[in-house]
Ligand binder design. Structure first.
Ligand code: N01
Length: 529
């Protein structure tokens, strides 16, 4: 059995960077990846319209300044093939593939306290031992197939957006159902509608949405950004969002209706997540939030011709941006097309799927293909999918059955030498993911270096430090409107999952300072042996 310094699970943005850093430090690293190549999220999510909602110029590694200058992103927000091309380029240039075993899923990991070693088991059956186990498995990587009666009986084509066929899918001339209207449904519906003969969009919850305002990359904007790249990266690292956003702070409740409308016209025209960043009270004041929500509903009412359809597309049951805000490109206009129909599952719930399509409480929809845009077992799913056992054989699944607990979103008490990249309890999904990933990878790398220098072989989060962290993360989340929504942030999309608001809300900059303070204090809150 091979013995390594570290095993890295996953070859997305985080696994590749982690591997690069550890190799540079002279450690032996073995990576495992279930896919047949690098890319992570961008390897699996190839559905039509898949695009990043963070801007191209900031959604890339910051540690490759020459590549920053050389790389050209064709659009303001990149489509999946462009991002995958970038990741593949980095993997090739840095020769990272040779450290990975592809088509190999890690299924188990158990810690031997006598030797301070993890034994890692895979499908199809490799076993290796390693001092450190680093789970770079992503926050949204375990697809959620909904528990709809009869799903397996369907005789047509069935797709999950998170497991999209590499050769693509041609819906031309077909009757198609899309189930799910989160970010993914909202991105894919306009594209599928271009091909399908008839498209039924099954919506359970209308989502708050802002226009992406995507466009071809403006050469002048690109030049200007590139001339200040280093400064932009530094700003992003210390920002709330992990992105470069305007440094203006506006309190919605200080504005009268006319001023607010003018202000929101401005941010809506900028597009994307600019609509949520400047507002100090958007996610804490229900009244402020509702004013923005109503503005966004009016936007939809102006874009959809049939007033009844428009009303159904307006989110009313949760505050604005408390489920992941969606960024749309012609989503709402798609419902003006004669061959596209919205099915409101609140009025007519799905009863079953049968051989020929989807049956709701009032009729049967005959379709030849069903697209499940039904999301993921987010944040914890990829971690609890692996049978991870600590020194006393206690399992991570059991430790997290009432919701994930950890220290700094990076380590779990009872599981020494295990690190989670962008785990629950860290900013991750509330920020630009690449910025969040880099912060975690660099912190873990520095921690391993410090341990190496001191001859330490074991690091483990203390129970009391973990309890304080969990309490702090929970209290911070509870001070916002986020927990009011039945979102995947709280695990509400997975039947039986404990309801806990999982991300850290105080921003990447603050979080970075807190993690650095722990390191500067000799890894306070950890037991190091
Ligand atoms: O998944 P979701 P997603 N019957 O969980 C519905 C990231 N992302 O894949 O809201 C009927 O948000 C469900 O309904 P409801 C981003 O972070 C990033 O769209 O539970 N419907 C909902 O409408 C995003 O948040 C980018 O009532 C059912 C939908 O399925 C995350 O991925 C681009 C159902 C699931 O929405 C996940 O987004 C795209 C059922 N039984 C996505 N079960 C980037 O920009 C579920 N639904 C990088």
């Amino acid at each position: 059995m091979a013995h390594l310094d570290a095993v890295v699970v996953g070859a997305g943005f985080s696994g590749l960077y982690m591997t690069y850093r550890l190799r540079r430090r002279g450690l032996s690293v073995q990576g495992f990846e279930a896919g047949t190549d690098v890319g992570g999220t961008w390897y699996w999510n190839r559905y039509p319209g898949a695009r990043c909602d963070s801007e191209s110029l900031s959604y890339s590694y910051s540690f490759l300044p020459d590549l920053d200058q050389a790389w050209h992103w064709p659009e303001r927000y990149s489509e999946q093939p462009e991002i995958l091309k970038y990741i593949e380029h980095v993997a090739t240039t840095l020769e990272l593939r040779r450290h990975f075993r592809f088509g190999t899923r890690v299924t188990s990991a158990s810690f031997d306290p006598a030797r301070d070693l993890w034994t890692i088991g895979t499908e199809p059956g490799d076993r290796v031992t390693a001092r450190f186990l680093i789970m770079a498995t992503g926050c949204l990587s375990i697809p959620n197939w909904p528990a709809i009666d009869g799903i397996e009986r369907f005789r047509g084509d069935r797709y999950h957006t998170g497991l999209w066929p590499h050769e693509g899918v041609d819906f031309s001339g077909k009757r198609v159902a899309v189930i799910g209207t989160g970010s993914t449904g909202i991105q894919s519906v306009p594209r599928i509608a271009r091909q399908a003969e008839q498209l039924f969009v099954f919506q359970r919850t209308a989502n708050h949405c802002v226009p992406a305002q995507n466009a071809p990359m403006d050469p002048e904007a690109e030049r200007a950004y590139k001339s200040r790249y280093a400064r932009m990266r530094e700003k992003a690292r210390h920002s709330i969002s992990g992105d470069v956003v305007p440094e203006e702070y506006i309190t919605i409740m200080d504005l009268d209706d006319g001023e607010l409308a003018k202000e929101l016209d401005r941010t809506w025209a900028q597009g994307g997540f600019y609509t949520q960043y400047p507002y100090t009270d958007l996610l804490t004041s229900p009244e402020a939030n509702e004013r923005v929500a109503e503005y966004s509903r009016n936007h939809i009412r102006g874009r959809v011709r049939d007033a009844r359809v428009a009303e159904r597309l307006c989110a009313k049951d949760h505050p604005f941006a408390t489920k992941r805000l969606c960024a749309d490109s012609f989503y709402f206009e798609t419902f003006n097309e004669p061959h596209v129909r919205l099915v409101d599952l609140r009025a007519t719930p799905i009863r079953a799927i049968d051989e020929r399509g989807v049956a709701t409480s009032d009729r049967h929809y005959d379709v030849e293909a069903i697209v499940f845009a039904t999301g993921f077992d987010a944040m914890t799913g990829a971690l609890t999918a692996v049978d991870i056992r600590g020194p006393e054989r206690a399992s991570l699944r059991d430790a997290w059955k009432d919701g994930p607990v950890n220290y700094l979103g990076l380590a779990v008490a009872g599981f020494p030498n295990l690190f989670t990249v962008t785990g629950p309890g860290s900013p991750s999904v509330l920020t630009n993911m690449v910025s969040a990933i880099e912060q975690h990878v660099e912190w873990i790398d520095a921690c391993l270096a410090w341990m190496g220098e001191g001859g330490a072989s074991r690091i483990e989060a203390k129970g009391e430090a973990q309890a304080r962290w969990v309490d702090y993360v929970n209290r911070s989340g509870d001070a916002t409107l986020f927990p009011r929504a039945d979102s995947w942030y709280v695990g509400a999309n997975i039947p039986g999952k404990a309801r806990v608001f999982m991300p850290y809300v105080n921003g990447l900059g603050t979080y970075r300072d807190e993690c650095d303070a722990v390191a500067d204090d000799g890894y306070a809150g950890f037991t190091v042996t």
